[in-house]
Design a protein. Structure first.
Length: 283
């Protein structure tokens, strides 16, 4: 598909909003604009061949990829992802961003977060990194060269597939993606969980000394905090200062904060992203 002319994000949203289905306008628009655009139009009525024909015409006009969603329907007209390039510390990283999957919403701030994480973990090539809640490998890709090896875990099948694709696209061969929750991983480390997925990770071959967590807004539960306290160094990325503060009360019993950063991920709102480096208390 070739775009006829460049179009602004606002212009694309406006034209998509006016795109109707038998007189019923779409109820939700999601637009990813990272060079190539991807728009998802959500309706409350079934999508038919007439919609698809008109949607293809709109897709060609706007120069973006369009996905239509309705109840139990998902029509991908050409593809369901875009590729994003992030330049960090003179390095170019590429990421597959899949529709309806978690991704960092602010590319400029994401670059800053990755640069900060790379800085605070430099000089770690003598040990391995374990990453929980890795998503599509946003941090995994950028941090892999700082460590001997990386094991990253994620529960979403779509995100795991995307993370593996991103490792391949960036030529990274020292990282492994495992599909399991943080709770399952804790059980696997203690030898309480086996099976094919655990065997494929090869836990016995790793020497973890740093853990990176980027949990959902709810933060970490007590069991997860106890698991983190076993590592000499913790990198904690948080989208909720409230739950971060609660978790730090627990983690600071065994560790101390040595670096702290704030990132204005959501300008003109009260939300912010935090990065914290914790190191175990000297004994």
């Amino acid at each position: 598909m070739t775009a006829r002319r460049p179009i602004s994000t606002a212009g694309a949203v406006g034209q998509c909003a006016d795109f109707s289905l038998e007189g019923s306008r779409c109820s939700l628009i999601t637009l990813h604009a990272v060079g190539a655009g991807l728009g998802c139009l959500v309706y409350h009525r079934p999508l038919d061949e007439a919609w698809e024909s008109e949607a293809r015409a709109l897709q060609s006009q706007l120069g973006i990829f369009i996905i239509g969603r309705s109840r139990k329907q998902r029509l991908v007209l050409e593809r369901d992802h875009v590729w994003e390039r992030l330049d960090v510390d003179g390095r170019a990283f590429v990421y597959q961003q899949v529709e309806n999957s978690f991704t960092q919403p602010n590319a400029e701030i994401c670059r800053a977060m990755l640069a900060w994480a790379r800085e605070v973990t430099r000089g770690s090539q003598d040990h391995d990194l374990v990453e929980l809640y890795c998503g599509n490998g946003n941090f995994t890709v950028a941090l892999a060269e700082n460590f001997r090896r990386v094991l990253a875990t994620e529960i979403s099948r779509t995100s795991v597939a995307s993370a593996r694709e991103n490792l391949s696209a960036n030529g990274i061969d020292n990282a492994v993606i495992g599909r399991m929750s943080a709770e399952e991983f804790a059980e696997a480390l203690k030898g309480e969980k086996g099976g094919r997925r655990v065997a494929e990770m090869g836990l016995e071959t790793f020497d973890f000394a740093t853990v990176l967590v980027d949990p959902p807004r709810a933060g970490l539960d007590d069991a997860s905090c106890r698991q983190l306290s076993e590592y000499p160094r913790i990198v904690y990325i948080s989208c909720s200062p409230d739950t971060l503060a609660r978790n730090l009360e627990t983690l600071c019993r065994t560790h101390r904060v040595t670096r702290f950063a704030l990132f204005d991920q959501f300008p003109w709102t009260h939300h912010c992203e935090c990065g914290v480096l914790l190191e175990r208390h000297a004994t």
